[in-house]
Ligand binder design. Structure first.
Ligand code: GBH
Length: 551
């Protein structure tokens, strides 16, 4: 009997790639959280004098840039439904809610001459409500929604942004720092700079490769450092909080693990994606990674830019001022790429100059990797394990908080694919922790379905479903909300916990609009079918196993 049981477990492990029979527990004080961002959930885009941000401007002027031509004017309506949001956070049993502040809700024109009381009050109420339930607010000061007026001055490419951002940060520290103890300055500077200025992707979509993204990062790093210094000098003693930054990257896996060129491409890509921001802040020596400095200087010279590299230089003083300005390493990561070097003829046709051409790495995918609701997001849990181990080694064991990780689908409440994603990625995080990597927390993206930037409302990342067809924007927990709640409450992963829809969810499901509903049914049917075929396999194996044992 024992032998056949063992045989079955081995088989399950072989199918799942994970020890499903085992519950795995996290360290005692592990931080569990869930996240969102202002533009994606709030709506109320011009309510109570809110100013215009670069996202407001972009979606209103060029609706075609968004897949379904939608925008964040109303989105999940959290500007009005913050009480319900806190209820949802509470029901997940997390200890932390990560959200961002909308700069133009607080300072409509970006400058300190005009502060909106309504904006301050909105966040103040939200923070108080969270604290009432013992939920720690983790506040992102900037999650992509720059005041449009500041963009007209060049946005993050103009060094003037540094003192202006500092003024904004000072105000929010004065207003909320008594109650907010965990801060991050900037969310995903790579996306802000390369996807905002280098290519036509995120707002302000400059499509100007190879130059402004480097200026943007230069100023973002300085602005970040100035805010952290201000916090340390003027607030931290009294307020006793911590401040970090959130950097994003996929894992860059050598296409051929045995090829030295591919391994070098992997290392270079990580330096360009992570090191560009992390090396100045987290390394011992500070400054940009050497490989970036050298490559961009050489290519700039070859391209006729003379002796001045397109990558700006820090003075010694600036290097010192930026180094060490983070109390923890916030990491957003979702997926993995396979990488190999670009060849000398640039046969993949990267634009010249450009970030991609400077990096000189080609990114592809393994067609066998499992997909999601987003083409860019393939499910590769081992990638997260590799990435956090790389960060641990590269920067000498900083405290890492995974500030975003999660997966998209196309709708419905029976999101078993999300359940599997969370279990398998958390298992990978635990593997790294057991190897000694200092990961202190994990924050799921995202609390609820919301405006997914360029993908509009077509890709859903929420643990809670939001009915965007109803003016009430009704929120309903998905299966994953229950599972994540279970994980947070028990501080462990339990593969066997797979609840089915309850009464409330079934009622909500019946009211979902046809498109969402049918998608939900389709995915539900698929998962039911999978469960059936698995049960059949297990049954057969049991019989065979028992048989073998008796012989
Ligand atoms: C995070 O960024 C953001 O912080 C968060 O706001 C966002 O909702 C979440 O991830 C999910 O995307 O279509 O191939 O050109 C991750 C950045 C932005 C990465 C969109 C992929 C699309 C790449 N993601 N991007 S592609």
């Amino acid at each position: 009997m024992r032998a056949s049981f063992k045989f079955i477990s081995v088989l399950i492990v072989a199918i799942h790639g994970d020890p499903v029979s085992k519950t795995r527990t996290f360290p005692q004080d592990f931080l569990w959280g869930v996240g969102s961002s202002a533009y994606q959930i709030e709506g109320g885009w011009n309510a109570d004098n809110k100013g215009e941000s670069i996202w407001d401007r972009m979606v209103h002027t060029y609706p075609d840039k968004i897949v379904d031509q939608s925008n964040g004017d109303i989105t999940s309506d959290s500007y009005h439904q913050w009480r319900r949001d806190v209820q949802m956070v509470k029901d997940l049993h997390v200890s932390t809610y990560r959200f961002s502040l909308s700069w133009t809700r607080i300072m409509p024109g970006g400058y300190m001459n005009h502060v909106s009381t309504a904006g301050i009050k909105y966040y103040s109420n939200l923070i108080d409500e969270l604290l009432r339930y013992n939920i720690t607010p983790m506040v992102t000061i900037y999650h992509w929604d720059l005041p449009q007026r500041l963009q007209e001055l060049g946005g993050w490419t103009n060094p003037e942004i540094i003192p202006i951002f500092k003024d904004y940060a000072r105000l929010v520290l004065e207003m909320f720092g008594d109650r907010v103890k965990t801060w991050t300055t900037l969310n995903e500077p790579w996306h802000v700079c390369e996807y905002g200025y280098g290519v036509d992707y995120m707002a302000p979509s400059y499509d100007f490769p190879g130059i402004p993204a480097y200026l943007c990062t230069h100023n973002m790093l300085k602005a970040h450092a100035e805010v952290v210094h201000m916090y340390r000098e003027q607030f931290q003693k009294r307020q006793r909080g911590r401040m970090g930054i959130t950097i994003d990257s996929s894992w860059m896996q050598p296409k051929d693990a045995n090829s030295p060129e591919d391994r070098e491409a992997s290392e270079r890509a990580l330096q360009f994606y992570v090191g560009w921001f992390a090396h100045p802040i987290f390394s011992k020596e500070g400054n940009y990674p050497k490989v970036m400095i050298d490559r961009i200087r050489n290519l700039s010279r070859e391209q006729g830019f003379g002796s001045r590299s397109r990558l700006p230089e820090f003075t010694e003083e600036e290097v010192r001022r930026i180094r060490g300005t983070a109390d923890f390493f916030g990491l957003n990561s979702y997926t993995t790429y396979l990488v190999h070097p670009n060849d000398h003829n640039n046969s993949v046709n990267f634009r010249v100059p450009s970030f991609d051409h400077d990096m000189g790495v080609v990114q592809t995918r393994d067609p066998n990797w499992q997909g999601s609701g987003s083409t860019w997001l393939k499910v590769v849990p081992k990638g997260l394990y590799n990435l956090i181990r790389w960060i641990h080694r590269e920067y000498d064991g900083p405290e890492i908080i995974i500030t975003e990780n999660g997966v998209s689908d196309r709708g419905g409440l029976e999101d078993y694919a999300r359940v599997d994603y969370l279990n398998s990625y958390l298992s990978a995080v635990l593997d790294a922790i057991e190897d000694g990597v200092n990961v202190s927390g994990y924050i799921v993206w995202s609390l609820m379905d919301s405006f997914e930037w360029k993908a509009g409302f077509t890709e859903k990342f929420g643990l809670y479903h939001v009915d965007f067809n109803s003016p009430k924007r009704t929120r309903t927990p998905k299966i994953s909300a229950k599972v994540y709640g279970h994980i947070c409450k028990s501080n462990s992963i339990d593969w066997s916990y797979r609840p089915v829809l309850d009464e409330q969810q079934l009622v909500a499901m019946a009211q979902l609009p046809a498109d969402d509903d049918s998608l939900a049914k389709a995915s539900g049917a698929a998962s039911t079918a999978t469960i059936w075929s698995w049960s059949l396999v297990l049954l057969m194996v049991t019989l065979v196993g028992l048989n073998t044992w008796h012989c």
